[in-house]
Write a protein that binds this ligand. Sequence first.
Ligand SMILES: O=P(O)(O)OC[C@H]1O[C@H](OP(=O)(O)OP(=O)(O)O)[C@H](O)[C@@H]1O
Ligand code: HPA
Ligand SMILES: [Mg+2]
Length: 191
Amino acid sequence: MHQDIEEILISEAEIQQKTLELGKQISVDYAGKSLLLLGTLKGAVPFIADLARAIDLPLELDYMAVSSYGASTQSSGIVRIIKDLEGPIDHKHILIIEDIIDSGLTLHYLVDLIQRRNPLSLRLCSLLVKDRPRLKDVPIDYYGFRIPDKFVVGYGLDYAQYYRNLPYIGILKPSVYEGTKPETEHQSPAE
Ligand SMILES: O=P(O)(O)OC[C@H]1O[C@H](OP(=O)(O)OP(=O)(O)O)[C@H](O)[C@@H]1O
Ligand code: HPA
Ligand SMILES: [Mg+2]
């Protein structure tokens, strides 16, 4: 396990198993339709890559880059769009793919934006849902795991852009972000 990780919450095998289950369910629910998976950069990249391969449908992938955390463990409250979709979506079924729903601010903002573009349908899928009160309520159609209200990293999730490459979801040691310099700057993650 990486030295900055306090505890592995969800193993690589558990993530893979859950992703297969979600993919099967989505394939059943959208049978006979084609689907556009809208991934949110950067955190959802590993999840959308694995989930897409578990879905048996005519499938398009597109991405929006949205950011609100920067180098903090708390949302700034301001969701910035850094990259938009490539084309119109008014004739498409859209499934937004997120890595985590925490305060709910990011998804709330995104859902509002996408709804105004009149997709045929819009649903949400998040690998993780944090157990905490949401600042903004969002309807979650598919999710992988509920997790405690701790700052987690790995499998796409970062702290100050690091740790996205850990293959599991782990709780980050608070000492890493409570004033001390990140220990990882010049290190590669170790199992
Ligand atoms: O529910 P919320 O409190 O809004 O938090 C969830 C969002 O925060 C993270 O994105 P971040 O802004 O860190 O960008 P990143 O994906 O590039 O890391 C995460 O990937 C979600 O998109
Ligand atoms: O717990 C988290 N970890 C990493 N990124 C996040 N963005 C929202 N919550 C989190
Ligand atoms: Mg982030």
